[in-house]
Ligand binder design. Structure first.
Ligand SMILES: Cc1cc2nc3c(=O)[nH]c(=O)nc-3n(C[C@H](O)[C@H](O)[C@H](O)COP(=O)(O)OP(=O)(O)OC[C@H]3O[C@@H](n4cnc5c(N)ncnc54)[C@H](O)[C@@H]3O)c2cc1C
Length: 313
């Protein structure tokens, strides 16, 4: 059964990357609506308004939120400008609705895939607007071909803005060196394991060694009293971080547990109930198809959950 689920999940991941299949699904209204039923569990919605409604509920339940307009590798200046405008809309929406929320973004969504200067100009506009509204902007980690640029843009922006944060991927061997540099800037460091496939020798696989490395980074962050986010759905890591929090007597203003909307929400709720800062990460947009396929494929049992959402809902 496990093998069958894993094989189906792998096929789903492949199908998600197949442009022809994606086009077919997006054009086929009944099929699209069926899949959307499974997607609703994982996304804020297709629009910012839908996401604000869901984030409001999460805030009422004691969770902080982060909101991302999904997209990456934007190929034209016009698309990068339009994405930038949408991120500014998010900051406006957060303020207008009094949400306790940050903004998350991929730098390649706002122009890094076109030119670094374009991306810096757009990031400057977003951070300026967000700073005026006292909102934190968190930069996501992308594929290894972009790591140098992403970190350089962050470090540059961190000199001008105190409301900017960065994501580091524990699975990359290079992060050991990057971490030493990045921790010199005061912005929050969000630790993730890492989601992208890499060339051989650049990253370590899931397993105990990675878990230990991840925990060492968090240990250092808490010991150094550096703002951080523990972005994982891994119960073992969450439990170990709780011990580190206690050991370092870390203040609640320093750290937050963060999970993607729709994934292991029960664990996050328990952390909240125990008094830890807990945050739900929303993505929204029309391009939800690949995002949702990946969430299902990375935990194959989610295929059954999706089936149940479709048939039962
Ligand atoms: C808030 C947030 C922001 C992120 N930003 C980035 C980023 O900028 N760049 C990047 O490369 N990656 C990012 N990621 C993804 C991250 O790198 C991992 O790929 C992802 O979190 C899965 O790894 P894990 O630490 O949760 O644990 P894993 O080792 O993958 O899994 C451990 C356990 O977590 C649970 N779990 C994991 N995934 C699922 C799932 N889909 N459904 C149900 N249970 C699951 C299962 O119980 C599993 O056994 C982000 C993740 C989060 C939570």
């Amino acid at each position: 059964m496990d093998q069958l689920l894993s094989a189906t999940a792998a096929s789903l991941r492949k199908a998600a990357l197949n442009e022809e299949a994606k086009h077919y699904i997006l054009q086929n209204t009944p099929l699209f609506n069926t899949l959307k039923k499974a997607a609703d569990r994982y996304i804020g919605g297709e629009t910012l308004a839908e996401t604000i409604a869901k984030a409001t509920v999460q805030n009422q339940q004691g969770f902080k939120c982060s909101i991302e307009f999904m997209g990456e590798n934007t190929a034209t200046v016009a698309e990068a400008q339009s994405a930038t405008a949408e991120f500014i809309n998010i900051t406006k929406g957060i303020q207008e609705h009094g949400l306790h929320s940050t903004v998350s973004l991929d730098l390649s969504h706002i122009g890094l895939a076109i030119s670094r200067s374009l991306c810096e100009e757009h990031l400057h506009a977003i951070c300026t607007d967000a700073a005026a509204r006292n909102i934190e902007v968190i930069i996501s980690a992308e594929g290894t071909e972009r790591t140098d640029d992403v970190l350089a843009v962050y470090q540059q922006a961190a000199r001008s803005f105190s409301n900017i944060s960065i994501t580091l991927q524990a699975y990359l061997y290079r992060t050991a060196d990057d971490f030493k540099e990045i921790i010199k800037s005061p912005g929050r460091i969000r630790m993730v394991k890492g989601a992208f496939e890499t060339a051989a020798g650049l990253s370590m696989p899931r397993g105990t060694a990675l878990d230990n490395v991840y925990l060492q980074y968090v240990d250092t962050l808490l010991r150094e009293r550096h703002l951080c986010a523990i972005a994982t759905h891994h119960d073992y890591i969450q439990q170990e971080v709780k011990k580190l929090v206690q050991q370092h007597n870390a203040d609640k203003s320093l750290y937050e547990f963060e999970s993607l909307y729709g994934i292991q929400g029960g664990q996050l709720a328990t952390l909240r109930d125990e008094g830890h800062p807990a945050k739900v990460y929303f993505v929204y947009g029309a391009e939800w198809y690949l995002y949702v396929c990946n969430r299902i494929a990375e935990h194959p049992i989610n295929l059954l959950v999706a089936l149940n959402d479709i048939v039962g809902g």
